[in-house]
Design a protein around this ligand. Sequence first.
Ligand code: NAD
Length: 720
Amino acid sequence: MLAGKGETTGMAHVDWSLEGSAAVLTFGNPPVNSLAHAVRAELVAAIDRAIADRAVRVIVLVGANRTFSAGADIREFGSARMTRSPNLHQLIDAVESSPKPVIAAIDGMCLGGGLELALGCHFRIASPDARLGLPEIKLGLLPGAGGTQRLPRLVGVEAAINVILSGEPVPATAFAKTPLLDALASGELRAAAIELAQKVAAGSTPARRVRDIALPEPDLAALCDFARNAVQAKFPQYPAPVACIDAIEAAGQRFEEGAKVEQRLFLQLLESPQSRALRHAFFAERTASRVPGVTDATPVREIARAAVVGGGTMGSGIAICFLNAGIPLTLLEADEAALARGVERIAGVYDAQVRKGRMQAAERDQRMSLLTPSVSYDTLSMADIAIEAVFEDMEVKKTVFAQLDRVLKPGAILATNTSTLDVNRIATGTRRPQDVVGTHFFSPANLMRLLEVVRGDATAPDVLATVLKLSRTLRKIAVVAGVCDGFIGNRMIEQYLRQALFMLEEGASPQQVDAAAEAFGFAMGPFRMSDLAGNDIGWHIRKRRAAERPAMKYSKLADKLCEMQRFGQKTGAGWYDYAPGDRNARPSGVVAEMIAAHLRELGRATRQLEPAEIADRLVYALVNEGARLLEEGIALRASDIDVVYLNGYGFPVWRGGPMCYADQVGLYEVARRMRQFAGLPGDPQFWTPAPLLQRLAERGDSFASADQSAADRAQSGGRS
Ligand code: NAD
């Protein structure tokens, strides 16, 4: 039962109270009042009761917890609970067909099914700071409970297209002059809604149903054609934008006819691989924060001051993340000259934002004022966390950690931004391995959302909990990984890049490989990506790996490229040529000649590789290594791997990540295709399916079902 001055109704989600002749139904389902089945059922029962009650003349719907509703419970999507009566349509019908007028009193968020419910009401009043929107498109869907039919009737077709296709919440004030809102509440919302109810009860404001309003658009077909052409060109992979426009166009018909079109299109989208992938990605992000050994009760340490050691590419970006979050930060460099360059990098990012009008000069100055440049470790004694971002070299890192261990106060967190190195070895060089953790940011660190959090053998649960909380403060999505060479993301990318190079040795050009990867949907093919990141970074890491794992077979092509000092965009030459100041990659004759000479040396016959084969080999290289990471417990869940690839490596979001994509293809097919690749030159071991992948394929299982079984085991007491 909700708290409030209502009487006891035996309902868990709806509070009933009578204010004069208005029945005020306050519905709640923390945290965002999602319209799950139980809420819908209680709302319909409460409305029926209000209709039957002679003392009631008007009904007011208010969301508890100062928010109306963020919409349907998306955990119900695609399950029987979604359609179970009363479904959202039946609830909205019950509201709209009520003989007593229903008023929606809108506070906070009014999104998706929440807004569709409000559109079914006869009147709407909102707080000025309420936000209204239909975000279904972000999950590859359309608003399927009348949103595409009722919204255009109230705000016009063009505005409805904008709201539905952007999916973004819009401030209530933007609708103040449209029939969508009958009033903006000047004071407290509930009181204003009751005041409106009194006017409605007095009969001074006639009630009307949105479905009965004629669509105010003389050029409906032309407008929709224009919008369809625009979205088809912009989002060729997604069916949802066109379906949204088709549904909006159907609002030109009688409501019942248009609603049928909306429903048919909604169900089609619900089954589409794109929507499945987007829904998977949505849940995967939320699940990633669940980590064994960390609970709501795990204490967290306070992070009031931070330090970053190394002000290069990564250190400067990491520093900006803290400054943006309002956390004072000391930047430590090896010498004054390097320090000045680091501070310059940070200031440069802010200056560019001011120039582009994205930030006020005063805001830049305020953020820069939180930065303390330093070349002395002794200035770090107040830091609650220090993140090391110096060269990727174990000896250099150990020296830095020895210094941090010397100066940091007890309880401070010692973090490393290493991309590949052994966090346990770094930790054992200190007297406090429990306080050491990996925080692997992605470049550019101030923009990329992913943070791989590397849990060392000794990392204390409260250190992990603190870093997970900090990731939210820094507006990052954290994924926890165990210790291994490359953790989740870079260990998989090693296999992907090895495979890309093997394909060059079979006759493909860098352009063909990149084009196939980009046609699959990657933001950038492997060679353009290496040119952007800097080919020398991989070269440096390969040298270490060659010493540590001499059996690993690698094409020599990447090393030969680096021996020519072609490090990528920063040197104007890599796998491609770059004109000064231009990021456009142009095919390089020198590289083509270098590859041709290499092939002559190998003395191997070459062939034409089809784009489908190239894409399969790149993606399945990721999938196979992903399966190994799962089996070794480095990644906790297949969905975590997907979060890493979607947010750190430009994997197409509409494919849901490599593991989700493999599930959609079917693991049996994936393993079969790997065996077909087994005879190819390169590394004969490469295409042996990982044991976990093999087992799942044989059982007809998926990575998703393996994730689910692990979660079930964890819930029933067994630790995953
Ligand atoms: P970088 O060469 O741009 O910067 C390293 C900085 O560390 C330099 O400014 C250098 O002066 C400074 N430094 C070196 N030794 C120092 C010391 N003893 N004390 C203080 N400062 C010192 O390198 P980067 O690309 O920023 O990489 C830093 C770390 O981040 C590496 O471990 C790297 O593997 C990791 N990383 C890099 C990327 C990337 O894309 N560049 C992405 C993720 C992680």
